[in-house]
Design a protein around this ligand. Structure first.
Ligand code: GLN
Length: 309
């Protein structure tokens, strides 16, 4: 069963929007604090090219942590599994996404997974290139191929706002550098990372990326393989086990699809073999996930039996 009409989708959006009042917009990155907590937009992209969307589908929002799944896919393609998983683990954590606690407990030091900030910073540092500019452009080129949208770029304002205030991420980097996990200049890692997190797009672009993952790495609209099957599977597995931070278990039970969230309120969903979904709802719950976005996915999952379990 699939959602065919805007009206049908809009009803779910209206129901989910009620929950915005229980959430809060992220403001530890000052530029994100300007978002309207009552916004909620969603797009569903089917393999035949049909798109159903509701809400302000033209609004561009930054990816934030959603970008971690994209940088991971790129780095796995560039370096292979062995090199990447030597430096970052595969296990979920019950700690918040920006926690430093577990880093002290692993010997040798190794971030638990690539979806928490410590792991994502290691992954970003592994993107090959001679300069931060070259590396962010490589990542952007990959995002353009995933979305089929040549105009994708990053928000200078959001990138700068995060770069200027990223004290915690700087601490994580310095800790990782001290222990020989990050080899390069910390400011350069942060430059690429904050630009990566500030890549912006509409919920339609986001849904199109979800569709590529849903179809195991192939863009069904062009029949082009964007990433190897194995890498699409690794990314989807991380989306299930770690994609919603330390709320991934509950999300797996209540929604049951591979998904990745970001503190901008975005959620990228991939319903295996069926469709991609992109959501932007900036009001966040206490774990840093879109409160309206999760509610919307719960409603859609129940109505269209989306759970893969
Ligand atoms: N750029 C954000 C940070 O590093 C991303 C975090 C997130 O979306 N959870 O804090």
């Amino acid at each position: 069963m699939k959602c065919k009409s805007v009206e049908e989708l809009q009803q779910f959006v209206d129901e989910a929007k009620i929950y915005a009042k229980f959430g809060k917009v992220a403001d530890y990155i000052p530029a994100l604090g300007k978002a309207n907590p009552n916004d909620l937009s969603v797009a569903i992209y089917y393999p035949d090219g049909t798109v159903v969307y509701a809400g302000d589908s033209k609004r561009k929002v930054t990816l934030q942590s959603i970008s971690k799944i994209i940088s991971l896919a790129l780095v796995l393609m560039e370096r292979g599994e062995k090199d990447v998983f030597e430096k970052v683990g595969m296990e979920p954590t019950g700690d918040p996404f920006n926690s430093i606690a577990k880093l002290e407990e692993t010997a040798p030091v190794k971030p638990l997974n690539p979806m928490i900030n410590a792991g994502a910073l290691v992954v970003t540092h592994l993107i090959r290139g001679n300069s931060p500019e070259e590396r962010i452009h490589k990542l952007l080129a990959f995002v353009k191929s995933l979305t089929g949208n040549p105009n994708i770029t990053y928000s200078e304002e959001v990138a700068k706002s995060e770069f200027n205030t990223a004290y915690l991420n700087r601490s994580l980097c310095y800790f990782l550098k001290q222990h020989g996990i990050i080899a390069e200049n910390v400011e350069e890692v942060l430059d690429v990372y904050t630009k990566q997190c500030a890549i912006e797009m509409t919920c339609l672009d986001l849904a199109r990326i979800g569709l590529v993952f849903a179809m195991d790495g192939v863009d069904p609209l062009t029949s082009k393989r964007i990433m190897p099957l194995r890498i699409a599977r690794i990314c989807k597995t991380f989306m299930v086990t770690c994609g919603m931070y330390n709320a991934s278990g509950e999300f797996a039970i209540k929604v049951g699809i591979p998904a990745k969230s970001g503190v901008s309120g975005g959620i990228l969903g991939a319903v295996p073999g069926r469709f991609g979904i992109g959501i932007f709802g900036p009001a966040l719950d206490e774990k840093g996930n879109s409160i309206t976005g999760i509610k919307l996915l719960e409603l859609l999952s129940e109505k269209y039996s989306l759970s893969m379990f």
